[in-house]
Design a protein around this ligand. Sequence first.
Ligand code: V47
Ligand code: SF4
Length: 389
Amino acid sequence: MNEKSETNRFSSTLRGIAEKIRQGSRLDFEDGMAMEKSAELMQIGQLAEQVTRERCGGEVFYCVNRHIHYTNICSMRCSFCGFSREVSQADSYVLTAEEVAEQAREAVERGATEVHIVGGVNPDLPFDYYLNLLGEIRRACPELHIKAFTAVEILDLAGKAGLSIKATLEKLLQAGLGSLPGGGAEILDEQYFKRNCPRKFSPEQWLEVHGTAHRLGVMTNATMLFGFNETAVQRIRHLLRLRELQDESVRGKVGRFQCFVPLVYVPVKPNSKSNGKRNSTDEQKLDSKFYSERFNVVSELKTVAISRLMLDNFEHVKAFWPMLGVNLAQIALCFGADDLDGTVQQYQIVEKKDGRETDNLDAETICRLVMETGRVAVQRDPLYRPVLS
Ligand code: V47
Ligand code: SF4
């Protein structure tokens, strides 16, 4: 097919965007909004997939890992969260450093190269708990990469330790921290935070943690929680804020964002909320119902594709199957995603939606899912280097 008939497949709006991409020009806010408003799902998906093919060939990455949630006690009460509990609730818990290290050891026995450790913002846990946690894992599994603590936890720890963000990260790195996951970004918009997670630190502070980590040479990820009370404008601005920080970090030539992780909102069952004492107003409940009904397979895939196209300085886009569901994650690989996270094991942040029958995929199943899309699965280490087996 020649170049002309290629671009004729698109409407006039998308034709301009396709042309920019072909020339390697950067998409702007208007381009992002044009795609948000467009009903041309397949065409946007094709553009994203083309970009991914150029970057990664037909390779799709995964790692053998384990997610560990050391506590579900959290004082933040974000209105979209079904994971957190208050200390008085019967199912609240805190794992000891030894228990976490034991889970890490089991993961290594199954071939894991990475543990992904996050938890609630638990006011009763002192800074030493976290240092000890890292130390125990280090002792038990010296080779294991520890990706741990969202920016929200880092900010909480800086407060507890009475240290700057930089000094806090340095202490954690000394104790064994390897990289930071991308959680807690939600939608990086001040109004959004005020409405949906008012106790959380600000979007600026989230960016500051990641910028500081990058300057220290630490790799991090970035997430976007979509489908919960946000607007299309806020989603595109979120992507642009991340892109701007990534520009700076890439210029600094040490740490940077490795991967973008779009997380679709998974509705929370009313009885899984912490004592029903959340800050969600009736208005928010109505909104979340509205959005969880409106956000469907089409908008989920479109969001993955738009993210891939807007974040031209991010190397990878992750289809996180425990939240997207296995089937949709597989299709997302044809809409710009090139990473499936990993084997995961026991994911607790969200409850399983219909069809999400598992929280553990073995490497063989991941390889089959990838192969069915005509791509090649590559087992990677936490820094995206191929693991030779
Ligand atoms: O920060 C909370 C989100 C995040 C819900 O870095 C929800 O590789 C959907 O950050 N529905 C934690 N999402 C998970 C996370 C993550 C996951 C996978 C990979 C990586 C990575 C990071 O989960 C929270 C919040 O944004 N979240 N509640 C919910 N009901
Ligand atoms: Fe706490 Fe994170 Fe849940 Fe917010 S999303 S309530 S910070 S565990």
